[in-house]
Design a protein around this ligand. Sequence first.
Ligand code: DTR
Length: 350
Amino acid sequence: MNRTARQTLIPIPILTLFSLTLSFLFLISAICFAPAPAEAADPIRLNYANFPPAPTFPCVQMERWKEEVEKRTAGKVAIKTFPGGTLLGAKDMMDGVIAGQADIGCLCMAYQPGRFIITNATSLPLDIPNAKVGSRVLWDLYNQYKPESFAKVKVLTMFTTAPANIMSQKPVRSLEDIRGLDLRASGGAAQILKAWGANQVGMPMSATPEALQKGVVQGLFSSLEVMKDLKFAETCRYVTMTDTVIYPFAVVMNMDRWNALPDDVKAVIEGMGTEQSEWTGDYMDNHVKDSMEWSEKTHDVESITLTDEQKAQWNEKLSPIVQSWIDENKGAYPAEKIVEDIRTLTQKYE
Ligand code: DTR
């Protein structure tokens, strides 16, 4: 072998080592300089507080809203719900949301009668026939007046209950039967029960199962879906159909949290205001029917219908309530116009 040939010939093991080192360096640089895989952005997390137990209608609508918002924002928003007063109680809801203890909260306006004068006017005895009509009337009324009492929050939707009826442990077939009876009711219903001669005991719905169980009250005045949802049919075997007043609810959001949302998320949420209001009204009306069928079948609940003559007599007792509300509020609010608007909207949606 001549000299040149000896110099150019590299032994096999050295070649292998060289190529191995090269591949190793290549691998390392590939790992170090490869673009990072696109990371899924963290969703915007929102807490939603509610005061009554999970099976009740305010919580059912809350779960539906959560699901729809998460779906329509394609996972950009994640909502954690807190039923049963686990984050905020019935009467702390508005202030808790303003203070940021919860991002979103659902409140029954009737529990603070002096705070939401305009929207609570929907629970005057004005013959709103059902929750679907009630919800549309309330949502329009809110949008028409934009009451000052909601200035510190973003209002996401509003809806109402179906009309209230008497659920009781003893049958109420006449005004004599209701006289002196301890019945639980909230807000404006106090005046109604008083006008009929009952003894109104005020408390939020969340406190009612215990009050019934302990005998603090012998019944309640509210929409009938609770006969099933809160199992009141087990103790209240009688329902007197009065179809009197609806109750307004609002879902509100902390203003800073709302302002911080991206525009596309805001658009999804705002686009759901009317839809959610109607959905809830519809759900409520159907669920009342279902609840009464269940109560009659499972607990032999008796549904008491008043005669036309009796109805006129009961309604007659309520007739001064609207006028005295107007007289009381006309100094600070266009009270007469509010009542007229509720009547006109009711006719429009009926
Ligand atoms: N009628 C009001 C509001 C109401 C009706 N059903 C439910 C269920 C859960 C909470 C509140 C309500 C009331 O009697 O409190």
